[in-house]
Design a binder for this molecule. Sequence first.
Ligand SMILES: NC(=O)C1=CN([C@@H]2O[C@H](COP(=O)(O)OP(=O)(O)OC[C@H]3O[C@@H](n4cnc5c(N)ncnc54)[C@H](O)[C@@H]3O)[C@@H](O)[C@H]2O)C=CC1
Ligand SMILES: O=C(CO)COP(=O)(O)O
Length: 298
Amino acid sequence: MKEKSIAVIGAGKWGLSLHFALSQRQKCLITSRTKRDIKNFVDLQTALDCDYLVIAIPAQEIRSWLKENFVFKGQKILVASKGIEASSGQFLNEIYADFVPDENIGFISGPSFAAEVIKGLPCALVINTISKKLYVEFEVCFPDFIKTYYSSDVIGAEVAGAYKNVLAIASGICEGLNLGKNAQASLIARGLVEMQRFGKHFGADESSFLGLSGAGDLFLTASSTMSRNFRVGLGLANDKNLDEILKELGEVAEGVKTSIAIKELSKKHNIYTPIANEVYHIINGKNPKDSLRDLLKN
Ligand SMILES: NC(=O)C1=CN([C@@H]2O[C@H](COP(=O)(O)OP(=O)(O)OC[C@H]3O[C@@H](n4cnc5c(N)ncnc54)[C@H](O)[C@@H]3O)[C@@H](O)[C@H]2O)C=CC1
Ligand SMILES: O=C(CO)COP(=O)(O)O
């Protein structure tokens, strides 16, 4: 029987870490836009011919990447990105749905800083897919140091993974303004309620927000300078300009664009999302101290 082939697409922080993890159990290929000196690096076409693909490119790039590069030939896909498309307000599963049948796609969620995964430190992740069969096929690809869980709540995982990035920016702002641990815990707890409310509107299972995908990833990202989104918040609190912050970061901070998507979606669907809205306004020039005043008042 032919051995199954697997490739990671995208050699940023997360793509490289997933490639490291997936290489523990089988040969795993990797590709990216520019040629890299990495073991098992291949051109895009070779990667796309694999049976299993793990796609780790920023959320805002996915639609154009799929349009330009992807032809469905029965591949099984695991999406590693966390974000909502700002230009359309579409969730990633909606974008992928035009290219891949639902039973062939899963979404990874849960607390997982790439920098720790690439060191082989233990963590637990959720593979979210409507197909239990697909889950089992991907589960066996992961190494012993990663414990995987199954969930069919794709939209819950997606909302949680995207929303926590916006809340991590808020938490970074809170830290940068020296508002104290009480304020930060209040912000994170209310943020969790807010993301759950938002997710529920789109059909998410409320319990997803209390597990790894929701509270797990939120607590991680909103409490550590290892998070790029948290560091964006720190910069904003210190009056740095967003372009300067992102240039210094040199990596994607999905919460910036996702805050636009959440603001638009919450307006359209009349969902109460005060923290995400303030993050959006701060990114667009509002003084964080004015946001604090407004959050305390409303
Ligand atoms: N770094 C982390 O700890 C984790 C990241 N993620 C998510 O994974 C996604 C990727 O993040 P990172 O790898 O950390 O970001 P990164 O900024 O380190 O790398 C992004 C990669 O995407 C590639 N890329 C950008 N635009 C592209 C395009 N149009 N076509 C093809 N490739 C393109 C870049 O060349 C780069 O290699 C994000 O959605 C992020 O939220 C999820 C879990 C953990
Ligand atoms: O999603 C992550 C960890 O689970 C990474 O968060 P940042 O993109 O904020 O670094």
